[in-house]
Every structure is written in structure tokens, then in C-alpha cells.
Ligand binder design. Structure first.
Ligand SMILES: C[S@@+](CC[C@H](N)C(=O)[O-])C[C@H]1O[C@@H](n2cnc3c(N)ncnc32)[C@H](O)[C@@H]1O
Length: 257
């Protein structure tokens, strides 16, 4: 069968795309280089929307499918709480939480991860508290138990919880296998009358810790967090959070067998 000039150009373009990836990711293991269907120019992946309207459990599965270049298991959930992400999941998850009331497999501060083996996990999941202590007097919700809202974020911490991130990131990098995924659910907050951009802090700090920030997915919340302590609003009620996708390696692109 003869190839038309247009088909030859398309094939050459595809070859250059692979060559560019190899150059950009020269340090990566390319055994599983994904196959480009050069002749048809067809995509061989399912797209993932950057705005997610369904639940976290489904999004985590979609992210494992879309981004993982090594098997994601075993997975370390470093802020496990009630383990809502894994209800009905068959994934091999190691649970960690600082609060023993949640009965995690590992009761530990994820900024230390004492006793946890290096390069053990294919993925680390992080869903830290995003507000400081709210009190329990009139609030219907158990912010302290259900959201871990116990960490101080007053003046000494710049009115933000971002100080939690660097020591956690150093440990996440240590316990992840090369090219493993760090998936972090981060919500911005208003504290002491100003917006505190936790997701910007996290992305910057993750990069400083040596991760490659691959993506940012906006997850829409069904019901925004509410407290009857909040008497007035000067900022939009947050109906979203971010899932930040980081790889413990130099390359953003994924490679498939
Ligand atoms: C927002 S909740 C996580 C909810 C969880 N993703 C779920 O689906 O049930 C945050 C959890 O992080 C835990 N936590 C806060 N600081 C921690 C730390 N330094 N190390 C380990 N766990 C921590 C809290 O005890 C709380 O259970």
C-alpha cells in the first residue's frame, strides 16, 4: 500500500512527538512507552475532565487510571480519618492518621512517618484539614473529629495551615517509589479576614520538595462547608476544592505499555 505525502507527514509528526517525549524524559524507564497509533493518528486514552462533579472515590480511580505509570498499590492514605475515599474499594490501602480515635493501621504524624519504610508506596493520598479549630459549642458539624480541624493556624502560623505541607512533602517523597503519585486534596480558606491560597502554597512547596506538578483538577462540592460561627460573608462561599496531581519523578507525561 502506498503512503500519501499527508500520511507520511503525519507519521513523521508522531515519531517526532515520541522523540520529544524521550528527550524530555530521558531519565525515565521507557519499557512501557505507550503506543501511538501513528497510521490512524488515533488517541489511545480516555480523557479526564479538569472539572469533576462526582465523588472523590470515583475521581481517585479515574486519576489512578489516567496518571499512574507504576502500579499505585500499595497506597498510603496519610490522613485517613474515616477512610471515606475507600468505601467499597478493593484497593490495598495502608491507613495513617495522627488521631488514634480513627483506628488507622499506623497512628503517626505524617510530617514524621516514623518507622515507615522508604520507597514503599505507589501512591500517597493527602487530605489535610483546611480550617483551624472551629469549636464545638454551637456547630452541628464535628469539625475536630470528622475534618481533623485541630491544627493551629493563628498569627504564629501566618493565619494558614500551609506550614503543615513541607515536612509532609519531604516524607511523602521518601516513602514513594520513583514515579509514584502524590494526590492531594487542598481547599483554600479565608482566615483573619483574608483569602489564604493553600493550593498555591502546596504546589510551590511540592515543587520545592522535588515533585513534578502534573495537574490541577477542580472538584465541585455538593454542599459547601458551613458553620454557625460565620456571621457575615465577604468572600464567595467555596463550592470547590482542588486535587493536585504530583509525580515523584521528572516527567509529567505518562507512558503506557
Ligand atoms: C479532612 S480529614 C481526612 C478525611 C478523609 N480523607 C476521609 O475521607 O475520611 C483530615 C485528617 O487528617 C488527620 N491529620 C491532621 N494532621 C495530621 C498529621 N500531621 N498526621 C497525620 N494525620 C493528620 C486528622 O486527624 C483527620 O483525621
Amino acid at each position: 500500500m502506498r503512503t500519501t505525502p499527508a500520511q507520511a507527514a503525519a507519521v513523521e509528526q508522531s515519531i517526532w512527538t515520541v522523540a520529544d517525549l524521550i528527550e524530555a524524559c530521558g531519565e525515565m524507564n521507557l519499557d512501557g512507552l505507550f503506543k501511538l497509533d501513528a497510521a490512524k493518528g488515533a488517541a489511545t486514552y480516555e480523557p479526564l475532565s479538569s472539572v469533576w462533579q462526582r465523588n472523590d472515590e470515583e475521581l481517585l480511580e479515574a486519576m489512578f487510571t489516567f496518571y499512574a505509570t507504576i502500579p499505585p498499590e500499595p497506597i498510603l492514605d496519610a490522613t485517613h480519618n474515616a477512610g471515606r475515599f475507600w468505601k467499597g474499594s478493593a484497593r490495598e490501602v495502608v491507613s495513617m492518621d495522627i488521631d488514634p480515635r480513627h483506628k488507622p493501621m499506623i497512628v503517626a504524624d505524617n510530617r514524621l512517618m516514623t518507622g515507615v519504610q522508604s520507597k514503599r508506596f505507589g501512591a500517597v493520598i493527602y487530605d489535610p484539614p483546611h480550617v483551624g479549630p472551629q469549636g464545638r459549642d454551637k456547630s452541628r458539624k464535628r469539625f475536630d473529629v470528622d475534618f481533623g480541624a485541630t491544627m493551629a493556624c493563628g498569627k504564629e502560623h501566618g493565619w494558614s495551615l500551609s506550614y503543615l505541607y513541607p515536612p509532609f512533602l519531604a516524607q511523602a517523597k521518601r516513602v514513594l517509589k520513583p514515579d509514584g503519585l502524590l494526590l492531594a486534596k487542598i481547599t483554600d480558606m479565608v482566615n483573619n479576614h483574608k483569602s489564604r491560597w493553600a493550593h498555591c502554597d502546596f504546589m510551590r512547596m511540592a515543587q520545592e520538595a522535588g515533585f513534578t506538578i502534573c495537574d490541577l483538577i477542580v472538584k465541585v462540592r455538593v454542599g459547601p462547608m458551613m458553620s454557625n460561627k460565620w456571621k457575615e460573608a465577604h468572600h464567595a462561599r467555596k463550592r470547590h476544592c482542588f486535587w493536585i496531581v504530583c509525580r515523584n519523578g521528572d516527567c509529567c507525561e505518562r507512558f503506557r505499555a
